[in-house]
Write a protein that binds this ligand. Structure first.
Ligand code: DX5
Ligand code: ZN
Length: 222
């Protein structure tokens, strides 16, 4: 079965002092810009508060896939949707009312996405499947770019793909994706790939996005 592939580069390892230029490097060949928002509470790292993230979202030439790694995310998630993100991911571990917050994100005009950390089981979230436009399976512990891909998450990706069945829900993986690891995630059923360091550490980031997409499309349609 042919599968639509999406590449969503993460700017976590890009040069924050000239983000605008960094985003332009990959804008034409990427589906969405993956924006990692970290609060130093839910994860041991800080990237942007809402104000700083809003400035990026409002000026980005590429539509934004906001990955919110923040505690007590229920209210702020809706604000991210309201300012125009294409997709907003909340973490199951950080959300008080998961179905309600997913619905509120949709109502505000964004795709709703539920992310889970490596130690969280996906089967607990079958009950919210009708409120979800994307599942994000973390393939590293959230917090930092450049970590090694956790191959042992592939069983969870496979189970999530089974759970999704015929529904038009995207299945995203995030952490350690590169030309070396994308095949495993594809085989397990992922269709949407966050790629941080493998893109921004490449000599030509746009060419890397194109290579990943070509490989994934060819492999996915075999
Ligand atoms: C980690 C972030 C990822 C990260 C991916 O917490 O959610 O999006 O930036 O970076 P790489 O591809 O380098 O693992
Ligand atoms: Zn991320």
């Amino acid at each position: 079965m042919s599968r639509e592939i999406r590449i969503t580069p993460s700017i976590l390892n890009a040069d924050f002092s000239r983000l605008d230029q960094e985003i332009r490097k990959i804008a034409e060949v990427s589906d969405l810009l993956h924006l990692d928002v970290m609060d130093d509470v839910f994860v041991p790292n800080f990237t942007f508060d809402f104000e700083a993230a809003s400035a990026i979202i409002k000026t980005s030439v590429l539509a934004v896939d906001a990955h919110l790694m923040v505690a007590n995310v229920d209210e702020v998630a809706v604000q991210y949707a309201e300012i125009g993100c294409a997709s907003v991911t909340i973490h199951a571990e950080a959300t008080k009312n998961i179905p309600q917050t997913l619905r509120n994100i949709r109502k505000a005009g964004s795709r709703s996405s539920l992310g889970i950390k490596p130690n969280t089981d996906i089967s607990d979230y079958h009950s919210v499947i009708d409120d979800v436009d994307m599942f994000l399976i973390m393939t590293v512990e959230p917090g930092f770019g450049g970590q090694s891909f956790m191959e042992n998450m592939m069983d969870k990706v496979r189970r999530t793909r089974e759970m999704i069945g015929d529904r038009p829900i995207w299945l995203q993986v995030d952490g350690g994706i590169s030309m070396k690891t994308i095949e495993m995630a594809l085989d397990a059923g992922a269709d949407t790939f966050v790629v941080g360091s493998a893109v921004f550490n490449a000599p030509d980031p746009a060419a890397m996005v194109v290579s990943l997409r070509e490989y994934a499309t060819a492999h996915g349609n075999k």
